[in-house]
Design a protein around this ligand. Structure first.
Ligand SMILES: [Zn+2]
Length: 240
């Protein structure tokens, strides 16, 4: 399952965009990956799907990319993997590690090192963060990422920023995931979305679909999926 998640992201992310048309891809991978580094696992994560997809993008296109991590928790593993590199820009919006996992990583002063200096941006946010605060940080992250001139964007999407997530402390509404995706869409980059955390099992599906609808308003009609909200669709999708 771990390899399936990683290779799902690899398959979804390792392709050139089709001509000048912006491409959006989604990897519904489980378990999440952003807490896994080169030689360690943690926080339910064993392989960093976003990092694998980013490396695949670079290997196959020769162009740089950006990773935007919007999970409630800092993506310490992904950060570590690219911390000394200048071909991947990593930005993370997350709960302040002074009170939230992973505690040792995710502070604002972590900006990369060596060739990677300046290619890492951490935006720790307070407990109870609502859309207004999150939105301002998201815009800052995207503006900074654009200065890096990435050819593609990989989004580590955690929906544990939802207000009723049982282990987290932000206050985003379902409609905020639509706004979040609309803001990301405005960056105009080929985009891969990789699923990270989210622990309110009854709301994961709804919040991910909200995000996708903000990213691509016609996605439902294109796929023919209507994401029926039967209870069984939300039964233990994580298993971690
Ligand atoms: Zn998380």
């Amino acid at each position: 399952m771990v390899f399936g998640a990683a290779f799902g992201a690899l398959h979804a992310g390792g392709h050139r965009s089709a001509g000048r048309r912006r491409v959006i891809r989604l990897s519904l991978c489980r378990p999440p990956g952003h807490h896994a580094g080169r030689d360690y696992y943690g926080g339910y994560c064993f392989l960093s799907s976003a990092a694998i997809a980013a490396q695949a993008w670079i290997d196959r296109t020769g162009s740089r990319c950006a990773i935007l991590d919007v999970d409630y928790h800092h993506g310490n593993g992904t950060q570590d993997i690219f911390y000394e590199r200048d071909d991947v820009f990593f930005a993370s919006l997350h709960a302040d590690p002074a009170f939230a996992y992973p505690f040792f990583s995710g502070y604002a002063e972590e900006s990369g090192s060596g060739r990677g200096l300046g290619a890492n941006l951490n935006l720790p946010l307070p407990l109870g963060t609502r859309w207004e605060t999150f939105s301002a940080a998201l815009t800052r992250a995207l503006v900074t990422a654009q200065r890096f001139s990435p050819a593609a964007l990989i989004v580590s999407l955690g929906v544990d920023t939802y207000k009723d997530d049982p282990i987290s402390g932000f206050s985003l509404e379902t409609a905020d995931f639509i706004r979040m995706a609309e803001t990301i869409r405005d960056a105009g980059l080929p985009t891969l979305v990789v699923l990270e955390g989210g622990y309110n099992l009854k709301k994961i599906g709804e919040n991910v679909v909200a995000f996708l609808q903000g990213l691509e308003p016609h996605i439902t009609s294109k796929t023919g999926l209507d994401f029926p909200r039967k209870k069984e669709h939300f039964s233990d999708p994580c298993r971690h």
